[in-house]
Design a protein. Structure first.
Lengths: 418, 504, 146
């Protein structure tokens, strides 16, 4: 069997590992437009600043000999431009065709660039792959002042890193708070405070509409009419599934590639995994793209196993996010901001806990500061655990197994039940 | 320090906790372990403080401290030295301040003469051989109960009526300590050890928790003046039934388990309302004479179809010999005599420290009296109250006992440090408490193993000493006072003990 | 596979498991120095309390460890003994493992200069019996087969 994987990041390597667990013979080919082996996207801000270098093993997901060890042929630096599902081949930008028996699409996301004039100017950056990070890093010596557009995970992180590096950063966020989809107002307050203390200037509820400059960007104009002098602009508004090459292949897409529980597309021989897909979200009970790393890993693994005929179901996922800004770490999961469901929350010294409960099932939570028990809540959301008898204790800072019933706790500790 | 000394009810602390700050790593283990609120941690100062007035010198903190930073010392005497008043100053002040008589626990701790330490054992030299217990059989098996006067044969076969007996692999049993006074785990440990070694533990007067019916065959059940938890299945599960008339630590006094200790399980076991004080009257109100006692003995025998020996337990008091004779004639199979060093979970201090007789004396006079009256075979004698080591056991048996009860010694094996706070229910070693968090401090697995070890070692030591004397069966040691010599004793004392002076 | 079994009915909440863990994972392995002179490591086990209950809990070394699945740098891995351990050189402190651990027993150590460090029970590779088990005065932790 000849298995071709488009994309070479976390979903891809997990798929490779899953396939090789079951099958040492099939041919695997990984095709990617990037030159590097699979690397850690969340560390791109660190790479820009120089916390980490490209020679640091920490930067990569797997060791240098990963492909060799797993007998994977890599086609790097080549962009895929089309798929022919009838004739079972993919077409590269240099018109080369690679045939396949099974195809896994793990093409990931690409930066979403909002409409604004002047994006083509020098000094305008994105930060979703190693190429853009390198470009930004090279440009760093020209940057004294910088505007970061979008206060998502990458935006906040690069703002923090640049500020620590001594750059005067202005963070412009369209919404009323940073990290809009993963925190609520109270939780974001902690991050706002932390960013401000690092010297980041926050402009909320506003957006950049125009970049001015002569060859190099000089000024960012906001929709409120304000303008900010700057040496560079980093656009990190978000990512969208990378679907360019899907167009005429017949693969069904919506916002992402639609997959079933086995990570299979509407075409039997084609699977998809990672940020490019639109998979089931168990807290909102609908299919949507959830571009996060652990789900990409799990989906990749499941796609790999199912290609080998294992019939493993993807039970559905939900967003889980963890980030540290300055001294504040937080973890949030599932639904984080709603006024329709039961909400438990408490704000204490350096700690914020919020839980969202729907019909006695936990569907979302935010922990700021004290995050070490987050996995227990993850488990409760994942298993749709009945929390009616337990939820009163969620707000205790020392929440742990001591609040569970004895029999259940002992069975869990002794690994008798999962 | 959070607290302020309260001079209204102040007596100087008896102990001082000394903490070596170079060694203290602030792990706060001692803070968690102190159940008497004598240790606390001040976060601002990053220091651990002690409130010495609350310290009872249970040594739990010193034992748990991973760096051995803690020493608990007895404080030097606070007042000007006065030979005749001594500790009576504090004792008097406490009565004046609190308006009540102090309740204490464990046994009499006053410096009365300990006769065990004035008795010496014999050994064989030349004229008769000593025996090596590791090479030759040595019998410690003991039967307790009424023995026949003579053997009779019918058609060449034995036709002697054998009365019910308790069979012990070692002549040592665990004394009556009730569930209620002791925590659940301790009772569990006693039961397991008794079962493993082949001896008996005594339920005490608090009834028997349904979980502990599994120790059937190794339980002696007690019927005391409160009659807590006495019912047919309870009597049936016991291998013997003990009627408790008195206790060495508090002769003539009833029992009192404070309502706080009567938890849900205790109330169920004792068959009484939760939270109410459990009061055992001073006398049995149906036993005002030897004749009444006989009725109770036979009522119990009748209830159990004459299948179990009946034990009568009395405190050693001045006319103990005559009482023992009466008990024998009332039909008891076994008598237990509890000396004034015997322990208790709670007793008024005045009674504990001033009433009763040393067990050595009581044992000697009872054995002598029963022999003189020719009724010694009608009854077995259990000595208890202040048996501290295996040699005390040997000496007790040589003085005439059939077996001994150990109570305090068993608790010491489990972890007790004799801080004498049983009555507070806050035992830091988890032994005499019903606090579910504190009682976890006794792990029945560890505790029962320690008890088993203790009995095994004592048994070996007894065998060694018997072997040295040239005796290979505990039967031959019983009442064998020729193997005892008195030292530093008056002639009268030796006469009562029935032993010759050392050298004679 | 042997792991540390938790017998909550015997736990006396003395925290000696945590003390022993700190000492075992310190530089000097000397109790006084570990607490007073060196940067104190984080205890991998934690004694938890809810009267009258108490117990010490640490990594259960799951067969299908969610932390390993979640860790994308490969820092969280299974060692040759079959136990789940962290490779300090690879960990970047993204706390994905904390987010995944259904037992909540992974701690975050934020004292490294650039990277945080996930800290968890490694079942004392240098010892036959883990330090916490040896230190427990009441056999509330036992190194046993599950």
């Amino acid at each position: 069997m000849k298995i071709v994987i488009i994309g070479n990041s976390v979903a891809c390597i997990n798929a490779i590992e899953a396939i090789r667990e079951k099958d040492k013979i099939s041919q695997i080919i990984a095709v990617s437009d990037e030159q590097s082996r699979a690397y850690s996207h969340p560390l791109l801000p660190n790479l820009v600043i120089g916390d980490i270098s490209r020679s640091d093993e920490r930067f990569y997901y797997r060791s240098r000999n990963f492909y060799e060890k797993n007998k994977v042929k890599t086609v790097l630096g080549k962009k895929v431009v089309g798929i022919s599902s009838q004739n079972r081949y993919i077409k590269l930008e240099n018109d080369e065709k690679i045939s396949y028996d099974r195809l896994i699409i793990t093409a990931g996301g690409k930066p979403f660039i909002p409409k604004m004039d002047g994006v083509e100017l020098e000094g305008v950056h994105t930060l979703t792959n190693i190429k853009s990070a390198d470009k930004l890093k090279k440009d760093l010596i020209n940057i004294k002042k910088c505007v970061v557009v979008g206060g998502g995970l990458i935006g906040s992180k690069i703002a923090e890193k640049l500020a620590k590096h001594g750059v005067k950063v202005t963070l412009v966020e369209l919404m009323k708070r940073v990290l809009f989809p993963v925190l609520d107002d109270t939780g974001a307050e902690y991050i706002h405070k932390e960013l401000k203390s690092l010297g980041v200037k926050l402009i909320l509820g506003d957006s950049v509409v125009k970049l001015d400059g002569n060859k190099r960007v000089k000024k960012a104009v906001l929709s409120s009419g304000k303008s900010i002098d700057t040496d560079a602009v980093i656009v990190s508004v978000g990512v969208k599934p990378n679907l360019e090459f899907i167009n005429e292949s017949g693969i069904e897409i919506n916002r992402g590639i639609i997959v079933n529980d086995y990570m299979q597309t509407n075409i039997d021989t084609i699977y998809a995994a990672g940020d490019v897909t639109e998979a089931y979200d168990i807290v909102t009970s609908q299919k949507r793209p959830i571009p996060i790393l652990p789900l990409a890993a799990r989906q990749g693994r499941i796609a790999g196993l199912n290609i080998e005929g294992e019939n493993v179901k993807y039970g559905g996922g939900f967003p889980t996010n963890s980030i540290t800004i300055g001294k504040i770490s937080f973890i949030s999961m599932g639904i984080v901001d709603t006024d329709k469901l039961e909400i438990l929350k408490i704000k204490k010294d350096g700690e914020y806990r919020k839980f969202i409960i729907d019909d006695n099932k936990l569907v979302g939570m935010i922990l700021v500061g004290n995050i070490e028990k987050a996995g227990m809540f993850n488990w409760m959301i994942q298993n749709r655990f009945d929390v009616s008898w337990l939820k009163d204790t969620f707000l205790n800072s020392d929440f742990g197994w001591q609040y569970f019933s004895k029999a259940f706790r002992i069975l869990r500790f002794d690994r008798k039940i999962k | 320090m959070k607290w302020m000394k309260n001079l209204k009810n102040y007596t100087p602390p008896a102990f001082k906790v000394i903490r070596d700050d170079d060694r203290c790593i602030r792990c706060k283990a001692c803070v968690e372990q102190c159940s008497f609120d004598a240790t606390f941690y001040d976060e601002e100062e990053d220091k651990i403080w002690n409130w010495d007035a609350n310290c009872v010198s249970c040594d739990r903190c010193a034992a748990i401290c991973p760096t051995e930073a803690i020493t608990v010392e007895t404080r030097g005497y606070s007042y000007r030295h006065n030979y005749s008043w001594g500790s009576h100053i504090d004792s008097l002040k406490k009565r004046a301040i609190f308006g009540g008589t102090p309740v204490v626990s464990m046994g009499n701790d006053k410096p009365y003469k300990i006769y065990w330490d004035h008795l010496l054992l014999n050994a064989s030299q030349v004229t008769n051989p000593s025996i090596d217990p590791l090479r030759e059989p040595m019998e410690l098996k003991t039967f307790l109960g009424k023995k026949p006067h003579s053997l009779s044969l019918k058609d060449g076969k034995p036709d002697t009526r054998i009365y019910p007996q308790l069979e012990l692999n070692v002549p040592i049993m665990f004394a009556a300590m009730s569930y209620g006074a002791l925590s659940y785990n301790v009772v569990e440990a006693l039961g397991r050890a008794a079962q493993h070694v082949g001896t008996f533990y005594n339920s005490g007067e608090g009834g028997l928790n349904k979980d502990h019916y599994k120790f059937q065959g190794n339980i002696i059940v007690q019927v005391a003046s409160g009659r807590f938890g006495v019912h047919k299945p309870y009597l049936d599960v016991g291998s013997a039934i003990e009627i408790k008339i008195g206790q060495g630590a508090k002769p003539g006094i009833g029992g009192h388990l404070p309502g706080e200790k009567v938890t849900e399980t205790i109330s169920e076991t004792r068959m009484m309302p939760q939270g109410s004080d459990a009061i055992s009257p001073a006398p049995h109100h149906d036993v005002y004479s030897i004749e009444d006692l006989r009725q109770l003995i036979y009522a119990l025998k009748e209830a159990t179809e004459y299948s179990k020996p009946i034990i009568v337990k009395i405190a050693a008091v001045h006319n103990v010999a005559a009482i023992a004779s009466g008990i024998t004639r009332a039909g008891a199979d076994i008598i237990c005599i509890d000396g004034f060093k015997g322990g208790t979970g709670a007793s008024p201090q005045v009674i504990r420290d001033n009433v009763g007789l040393p067990i050595e004396m009581a044992l000697a006079v009872v054995d002598t009296r029963l022999r003189d009256e020719g009724i010694r075979q009608d009854i077995s004698i259990i000595a208890s109250g202040g048996i501290r080591n295996s040699m005390d056991v040997v000496k007790a048996i040589a003085l005439g006992a059939d077996a001994v009860y150990i109570g305090t010694a068993a608790l010491l094996a489990i972890g007790c440090t004799m801080c004498q706070q049983c009555h507070t229910g806050k035992c830091a070693w988890g032994i005499t408490t019903q606090d579910p968090h504190l009682s976890k401090r006794v792990n029945p697995d560890i505790a029962s193993q320690r008890l088993i070890n203790l009995l095994d070692v004592w048994a070996l030591e007894i065998k060694e000493t018997m072997g040295a004397m040239g005796i290979n069966s505990i039967e031959s040691l019983r009442g064998n006072r020729l193997n005892l010599r008195g030292i530093d004793l008056t002639e009268k004392e030796m006469e009562i003990l029935g032993v010759l002076p050392a050298g004679e | 596979m042997k792991i540390v079994k938790i017998y909550e009915d015997s736990c006396v909440y003395c925290h000696l498991c945590e003390v022993a863990c700190i000492v075992e994972h310190s530089q000097s392995k000397d109790i006084i120095k570990a607490f007073k002179r060196e940067t104190k490591p984080i205890a991998r086990c934690s004694a938890e309390f809810n009267y009258p209950l108490s117990y010490s809990v640490m990594c259960r070394h799951c067969d299908d460890a969610p932390c390993i699945e979640a860790c994308q740098t490969g820092a969280m891995h299974r060692d040759e003994r079959g136990y789940v351990v962290v490779n300090e050189d690879k960990c970047v402190g993204c706390w994905m493992c904390i987010m995944a651990c259904p037992y909540g027993v992974i701690k975050k150590d934020e004292r490294r200069e650039v990277w945080g460090l996930s800290t968890k029970c490694d079942l004392c590779p240098d010892r036959e019996t883990p330090a916490c088990v040896e230190a427990c005065p009441n056999n509330a932790l036992m190194f046993e087969e599950v």
